[in-house]
Design a binder for this molecule. Sequence first.
Ligand SMILES: Cc1ncc(COP(=O)(O)O)c(C=O)c1O
Length: 460
Amino acid sequence: VTSVSNVDLDLDGGWPVPTEASRALNERARRVIPGGVSGYGRLDRPYPLYMTRAEGAYIEDVDGNRYVDFNCALGTVLLGHNDPRLRETIDETLPAHGVSLATAHPVEVEFAERLTRIVPSAERVTFALLGTEMTYHALRLARSYTGRRQVVKFEGNYHGWHDYLFWSVRFDPADAGPPTDPIPIPASNGMRPAADSEVLVCGFNDTAHLEELFARRGGEISAVIVEPIFHNAGVVMPAPGFLEACRELCTRHGALLVFDEIVTGFRQALGGAQAIFGITPDLTTLGKGIANGFPLSVLAGRADVMDTLAEPGGAYVSGTYNGHLLMVAIGDRCCRILEEDPPYDRLAELGGTLRRGIEEAIAETGVTASVSQFGSVWGLYFTRRPITSYRDIARFATGRIAAMQLAYRRFMLSRGFYFQPHNVIRAYMSAAHTPEHVREAVAATREFFELHADDLRDEL
Ligand SMILES: Cc1ncc(COP(=O)(O)O)c(C=O)c1O
């Protein structure tokens, strides 16, 4: 039993719902898959739950427990799981075209034209599968186009796992210097040393430090890359003027501004966060919500920059699965569905109802917590302090807050809600989520607050 404040986490007893089949699978899996999971981010305590199917807003584990899914496949599922319209697209595409041609094909032309109409920065687009690939290509393209080496990224922002950008994602601020002079911290062992990384880090929303970086090294900076809404930390909004400053500094110093809209693209608006905030980056990466769980990613941007991809000696982008026919067909269909029947107002209303409900529960139970929400994404933080950057939540990954977050996830599981393991409580909803799901989630959260009112009286 792990004890934190008065929160006892009976991890040896498993999860608070019957999960014997998950436990047994994990024992088998650990013998053949490192940790028993496909990737570090899926590790969980006491063991991961093995999910077996998902439909609409629900996800079901191998023990037959059905949960309202607040993970939505890490934010990718926006229409709801297993959408019949996308199954229809698969049924139409396979007989007409096959699966993957690794050639030019008409479907990518159709979708590219649609995207250039919808996404403000998209004068040209190119397709791959992973988000990680596209942030990699964006930076290589920026270096190639500008002839400069340095890249600015913001602490805590996640842009995939490659060595260009897997810096200062999760770290202990004690190791990372003061916010006025932050040191890049590699997020994985095996990465090249910081001295060779050519990455400059800055606090999210820290316009003053960004200005200072440009004043000192503006001539070396090829690109600034940013999650325009910091969803890797739940929901941390850009402070007024922050994205504008990113835009202005890049323009003034001849660097490219890259919006990583892999989460925000399509999930928060069809045109992405750039359409919401009215700021047009030079390059944009899209993924996740663009194909409702199917692997598809997009690099979009200014014609003069993107067209260099087709020039001999330009940055190289290619691969067996680039422009994958079936994925592009699904992305195009997904986009048409979202154009014809936009879920955004309804999702914003659902999200708003949930946020107000939890705010009320916090006020009435007096617990040390806050909730943040934008559209279909929300985050719950066991603190009253404002959260504007990664350093405000760095301590959540370990110690008492981590234990309280795990206690919350366990409690919510017992009430029928699934959250992903993450360093903060972050939740995604889809168009299949209903006001009833939200009402029940608020009621369960209130119950948790009441149960832990004493533990949550002060800052953890
Ligand atoms: C903002 C952002 N960028 C990039 C990525 C990497 O995308 P992928 O996991 O598809 O490689 C992620 C994944 O979570 C992300 O959230």
